[in-house]
Write a protein that binds this ligand. Structure first.
Ligand SMILES: *[C@@H]1O[C@H](CO)[C@@H](O)[C@H](O)[C@H]1NC(C)=O
Ligand SMILES: *[C@@H]1O[C@H](CO)[C@@H](O)[C@H](O)[C@H]1NC(C)=O
Ligand SMILES: *[C@@H]1O[C@H](CO)[C@@H](O)[C@H](O)[C@H]1NC(C)=O
Ligand SMILES: *[C@@H]1O[C@H](CO)[C@@H](O)[C@H](O)[C@H]1NC(C)=O
Ligand SMILES: *[C@@H]1O[C@H](CO)[C@@H](O)[C@H](O)[C@H]1NC(C)=O
Length: 722
């Protein structure tokens, strides 16, 4: 579902990018605010989309310069890197064969970043690039000061993240095959109504090696913008992604009808709203900050709020990266380190239908499609509230030219009416105490639309030192055509692989896993992972009328395998990261704990090829020693990978992790059995996990925060009259 959405979005993006590249005489691109409505993926209108470049509300970014060692590459740096690459042998012999799959900052080594502070010159800047050239992959580092290029070792299997151009061209390529055209026409679909998606094909054995492959599946966009609900079921085109040749066309269910278009619309302006008054609409609502927000963004990326300080940046693969997170101790005023780097390392979205047209749908949205590449501009007032500030992404296209993804990340203070802490005294004490504090948080948000599916990722900072990482799932289901229009037609033993959502439409069961890289540095880099096991302890009958109680026992993990955690309600543990050499006043090691919320674990066979590739989801938590090159849980080259370079492989080395610089990897999971409410577009489902201080502060860090008072708040006539 998600990967497919990703694909679709990518397809749209590609179309937009390609057009922009062709039509823009400028050195950078602006993304379009209305991509979903302006870019229709209908084939006969090529070049279909009318793309209007819009001027960024803030800045064109053309004169941006880096201010912080972790600042992303600027437009100028991307242009410089591109010219260095183009003049490098062998690329210089055939520049038009060069495809840039990734061009990003190569961050300086961690000690260099940690010892830097504002006022010092920036450490030397380097770019890291992944290139395809005449069917070979290259991983290179570019030194901006010397203009030198060095070559890095390549993974043993897999290919780089697709470019938008890969995805776009894959959608069009089948049309050069007359058998394909004939098949589509045979299904009763006009070629002008066709909408296709590039679907990563995974890896299922030697037949899937030695060339870049992709599968293309198509839909009818006749009568709807929501073509995802009109699959041409069972038709799969296998394509060589480099030559764009059709390798094979599989058409397994030509008799399945294409579902109707009615009822699939979701755009407000196109819905018939005549009947919309059966419930009273809500009055307008928004959070007002007459004195402005309390956060500041320094030089584009360094955020400060309520004692927090962190570096925030968009990334084409990870989406957003949160770095150098520090929190001010309310007692000493000291800025204390909490986390060096946190980001979405990989996603895994396996569909649970093993048949010909579905078995391969096992998307890895970051490494295959680029989670950040799929992050569209956020919709003001709706994706983010009125008081939000926006951050643009600056990325490199496949030809190495920079472009701007506007409003990719938003940052805002959130007040949802929750309580920070409270206490009231009951009349029996006669004290009349009523103390309560409002809970205000700071949210950094992005939303990736990976074709049909939409993922929202929030990094939410609380005033009490807690960081909540939240993932929301919305968008449009990946559905399967079926001959049935009612459950009463379905034979008793027939395997549906999902839920009948509408006439001829089955929502296929699937999972979502989002694996986060969390390089915790609690008051320094040397930390330990402690499992605080909660276990039943039996009493000695003579000492207590009680038979049992709960006892917490601390177990410091010595090596990686001791820190591979499968959650279990009946064998619970708290999951602490502590600094063993820093104790509180009363002698506890300072720490943070990872607190899971609702989550799901994979039920697939560990030897199933998709699960081998996504073995990083085999545990909910892993802890590894810091290694700069271990960032992507599914490996650097995830596309068609065989699972040789995953977090599971690294962790099985069982390296020592006690009192070391350690990285936590947490996987947030969802099982999704679709239901009719998910049609034609899904209400958002959220889950999250927390990084919560545990004996980090000497006492409640928001003890001294003031209450809200009427006199300090905006005058709101509308509310007063209600
Ligand atoms: C975006 O949509 C709005 C509302 O539908 C419209 O007024 C505006 O012209 C559109 N902008 C572009 C660039 O298409
Ligand atoms: C690239 O690989 C394809 C097969 O995927 C092959 O047909 C083509 O000749 C190769 N091109 C070069 C330049 O080696
Ligand atoms: C650039 O690389 C070449 C070859 O690796 C090396 O000989 C040269 O010293 C490097 N130049 C600088 C300035 O580092
Ligand atoms: C398939 O149809 C498309 C759209 O009509 C057309 O552009 C293309 O040339 C056709 N392909 C072949 C091989 O006829
Ligand atoms: C760092 O990670 C890479 C990739 O997993 C690995 O090849 C290398 O051996 C690791 N280094 C250490 C010291 O573990």
């Amino acid at each position: 579902m998600e990967p497919r959405s990703l694909l679709r979005l990518l397809f749209l993006l590609l179309a937009a990018l390609v057009l922009l590249l062709i039509h823009s005489t400028r050195s950078y691109l602006h993304d379009l605010p209305n991509s979903s409505s302006t870019l229709r993926p209908v084939l006969n209108s090529r070049p279909r989309p009318t793309i209007t470049t819009t001027v960024s509300s803030q800045s064109s970014h053309e004169s941006d310069v880096p201010h912080h060692p972790l600042d992303p590459l600027t437009i100028q740096e991307i242009n410089t890197a591109r010219s260095i690459i183009l003049s490098y042998h062998p690329f210089s012999s055939s520049p038009s064969s060069l495809i840039i799959h990734s061009l990003v900052l190569q961050e300086p080594d961690k000690p260099v970043v940690l010892s830097w502070h504002p006022g010092l010159p920036l450490p030397p800047r380097h770019a890291s690039t992944i290139i395809r050239f005449l069917n070979s992959s290259y991983s290179l580092t570019i030194d901006f000061s010397t203009k030198n290029i060095t070559s890095n070792p390549l993974p043993s299997s897999g290919y780089p993240t697709m470019t938008i151009e890969d995805m776009n061209s894959a959608c069009w390529a089948p049309l050069s095959d007359s058998n394909f055209n004939a098949t589509i026409l045979g299904r009763g679909v006009r070629l002008s109504d066709l909408a296709c998606l590039p679907i990563s094909s995974g890896w299922f054995g030697p037949q899937d090696e030695h060339r870049r492959l992709i599968k293309v599946q198509c839909y009818s966009a006749e009568g709807t913008a929501n073509f995802y609900m009109r699959p041409i079921e069972g038709l799969t085109v296998l394509l060589d992604l480099d030559t764009k040749q059709v390798v094979h066309i599989s058409d397994v269910s030509p008799d399945i009808p294409i579902p109707k278009s009615s009822g699939t619309e979701y755009r407000f302006d196109s819905l018939s709203l005549k009947d919309n008054h059966k419930t009273k609409p809500l009055n307008p609502i928004s959070l007002e900050q007459p004195a402005g927000p309390s956060f500041e963004i320094e030089n584009g990326h360094v955020v400060r709020w309520a004692g927090w300080e962190f570096h925030l940046k968009p990334d084409p693969r990870a989406g957003v990266v949160v770095s150098a997170v520090r929190v001010t101790d309310p007692e000493t005023g000291e800025k204390r380190r909490v986390m060096y780097k946190g980001f979405t390392s990989e996603l895994f979205v396996p569909y649970m239908d093993p048949t010909d047209a579905w078995y391969f749908k096992t998307y890895m949205d970051a490494g295959e499609y680029g989670f950040g590449l799929q992050a569209m501009p956020l919709v003001p007032l709706n994706d983010c509230p009125r008081n939000a500030k926006y951050m643009d992404g600056v990325f490199a296209a496949a030809d190495g030219r920079p472009y701007v993804r506007q409003n990719m990340v938003c940052l805002f203070e959130s007040y949802g009416g929750d309580i920070g802490w409270r206490h009231s005294e009951s009349p029996i004490t006669g004290m009349g105490i009523r103390e309560a504090r409002p809970k205000v948080t700071l949210v950094a948000r992005m939303a990736a639309s990976v074709a049909n599916y939409d993922y929202i990722v929030d990094w939410e900072f609380q005033t009490d030192g807690l960081i909540r990482v939240k993932a929301g799932l919305s968008g449009i289901l990946m559905v399967k055509g079926t001959p049935y229009v009612n459950m009463n037609q379905v034979p008793k033993n027939e395997e549906m692989y999902g839920t009948l959502l509408s006439e001829n439409v089955v929502g296929v069961i699937h999972d979502h896993y989002i694996t986060f890289h969390l390089d915790m540095d609690v008051d320094g880099s040397e930390n330990s992972f402690v499992k605080v096991k909660l276990e039943r302890e039996e009493t000695d009958q003579k000492e207590s009328p009680r038979v049992s109680y709960l006892k917490a026992t601390r177990h410091v993990a010595k090596s990686e395998k001791e820190a591979q955690v499968k959650l279990n309600l009946y064998q619970p543990s708290e999951l602490h990261v502590v600094n063993p050499s820093k104790l509180t006043r009363v002698g506890n090691p300072v720490g943070y704990k990872l607190v899971p919320a609702g989550t799901a674990a994979t039920l697939m066979d560990p030897q199933d090829p998709p699960q081998l590739r996504a073995a990083f989801t085999n545990n909910q938590l892993w802890v590894t020693p810091y290694n700069k090159s271990e960032e992507w849980a599914g490996g650097v080259f995830v596309y068609q990978s065989k699972g040789e370079d995953t977090l599971a492989v690294w962790s099985d080395r069982d390296r020592s992790i006690e009192n070391k610089d350690i990285v936590l990897w947490y996987t947030l999971g969802f099982h999704h059995v679709p239901c009719q409410e998910d049609f034609p577009i899904m209400p958002t489902v959220y889950s999250s996990f927390d990084l919560k201080p545990v004996n980090f502060f000497e006492y409640n860090p928001i003890l001294k925060s003031p209450p809200n008072l009427e006199k300090d708040l905006p005058i709101c006539n509308a509310a007063a009259s209600a």
